[in-house]
Design a protein around this ligand. Sequence first.
Ligand SMILES: C[S@@+](CC[C@H](N)C(=O)[O-])C[C@H]1O[C@@H](n2cnc3c(N)ncnc32)[C@H](O)[C@@H]1O
Length: 246
Amino acid sequence: MKFESPPREHGLERVRQLWTLWRNEPSDPGPFYSLMATEAAAQLDVEVGPLAGQRIADLGCGPGFYSRSLRDAGAEVVPIDNSLGELSLQGEPPPGFVLADASDLPFPDRSFDGVFCSNLLEHTPNSPDVLTEITRVLKTGGWGYLSWTNWYSPWGGHDIAPYHFLGVRVGPRVYQMLHGPPAKNVVGKTLWPVHIGQTLRLLERDDAIEVTRVEPRYWPQFRFIMRIPGLRELLSWNCVVYFRKR
Ligand SMILES: C[S@@+](CC[C@H](N)C(=O)[O-])C[C@H]1O[C@@H](n2cnc3c(N)ncnc32)[C@H](O)[C@@H]1O
């Protein structure tokens, strides 16, 4: 089966498209996540595909937009999340879901061809353990896709942005004083700072892993940013790391 890549807007039109969908995301998440998911599956099909026939774990799958797109590309997908509430955000949880913690996966070693993990890391207190589990369940030669909103991104604090720039203690307090409690993503309860440099060092220290590419998720053409410590934390918005299990 040939998996067709969706047509993609470019330049200012692309910026406008993403900004409009993202602004509407709180009330209408479907269009934003469906676009992200189809594009991610199409890109993975080129980079690490064909996806058809591959067994892929979708870690922190939420309501399953990415699981659906990876399945549309012919992959056998196991949607995994530790929250029934998040799995059910769009109605029925994705078929075949597994309720499990990404830092303690109920799967044997080397059981997946690929692990797709989008925007989970910053929502768990123990992201290093999640990385260890991803490595463990990947087959030799298997691929990992890891993406998260890094803390010093303009959106790092999620609901409390930009007050997160005041730090994990002061930022939430100032936000709460001025705006009341955040609707979602409470720092220290469901949101933790995850930095690009720190995460890359963890991955690079692991001999079982080879990092093959690092890029800003929404503007990959500016990949060079990721070679500049400090600046990358501020400018990438969301970081993507591709890696292989040796
Ligand atoms: C922001 S959502 C991301 C959903 C989807 N992957 C995406 O990129 O749109 C984060 C998801 O990760 C899940 N999650 C957070 N910590 C987790 C953990 N330790 N194990 C499994 N799932 C976790 C949450 O329940 C939530 O569904």
